[in-house]
Design a protein around this ligand. Structure first.
Ligand code: SF4
Length: 267
């Protein structure tokens, strides 16, 4: 029998969220290795905006702030690079790709103007990959699997280090998302193991509304949130090992990159 976790002994927040959203989608993507039928435009846009912000913070770290024009150039290159040549890009409500790209450029302009007047941060680490231990909070047993991911930015603000995570979103993050999103908890857990003394996590949410805004939110997580995150990890890994790959139908089916395959294998 093949392993239900073909990526071996690594688990990412994105994999956990996929399983929690729809175990069937997890199976199609990570266990069966099905090729996606399409790529969501939100992923393409998010990837291009991330690249532009990474260039911006790299330039600030190196002592020269990237101009808006240079940032837009990075965005334009990354926008093209993020589109796979062999699959369609799925836009919301049939919006043409070009209009999403020009909207993305507006998001970058909004960020550049925001950064010029925001409280100064001193970038320390940019796009930092990590692989750290996970343990069962009930038994203390170290798991075979490691937590893997990439921290967008670690920067000093007001004399303390913070993790900054950049998000593009259709709308502002609500209270529940700020309080319960798994990513800040997971990344604080990782930072602790990397020996970083991190004060907290800041979300920089770039909204894709007609008039984009940059929502800056500091979020904190205590050790009980970390233990709860580990309980979630252990539960998801056990369910995967048990082969619990049931479909969850809902909003996530709209635009699901595995919808055809899911229908074809429906029991
Ligand atoms: S179509 Fe819906 S139920 Fe099927 S895999 Fe995708 S999200 Fe899950």
């Amino acid at each position: 029998m093949t392993s239900p976790r073909p990526d071996g002994l690594y688990v990412s927040v994105s994999q956990l969220k996929t399983y929690l959203r729809c175990p069937r989608q997890y199976e199609l993507r990570y266990v069966l290795g099905e090729k996606p039928e399409s790529v969501a435009v939100a992923l393409v846009l998010g990837s291009a905006v991330h690249a532009a912000l990474a260039s911006y913070y790299t330039s600030v770290r190196d002592g020269a702030m990237l101009s808006l024009e240079a940032m837009l150039e990075v965005f334009a290159g990354a926008w093209i690079a993020a589109q796979p040549p062999d699959m369609p890009v799925l836009t919301d409500d049939g919006h043409p790709l070009a209009s999403v790209a020009s909207h993305g450029a507006a998001v970058v302009r909004t960020f550049h103007a925001h950064a010029a007047r925001a409280p100064a941060v001193r970038p320390v680490l940019i796009e930092t990959p990590f692989n750290v231990d996970l343990h069962d909070p009930a038994t203390g047993e170290v798991l075979d699997e490691k937590l893997t991911g990439i921290i967008d930015l670690v920067a000093e603000r007001g004399g303390r280090l913070r993790i900054f995570e950049h998000k593009t979103s259709a709308r502002r993050y609500g209270r529940d998302q700020l309080d319960y999103d798994l990513q800040p908890t997971a990344y604080l857990h990782a930072a602790r193991q990397l020996g970083l003394d991190i004060e907290g996590v800041t979300f920089q949410v770039l909204t894709k509304a007609a008039t984009p805004i940059v929502q800056v939110e500091d979020v904190e997580r205590d050790t009980s949130a970390e233990d709860e995150f580990l309980l979630t990890v252990v539960g998801v890994l056990r369910a995967i090992d048990a082969g619990a790959f049931y479909p969850v139908r809902g909003w996530q089916c709209r635009g699901c990159a595995y919808a055809r395959r899911c229908r074809a294998t429906r029991v």
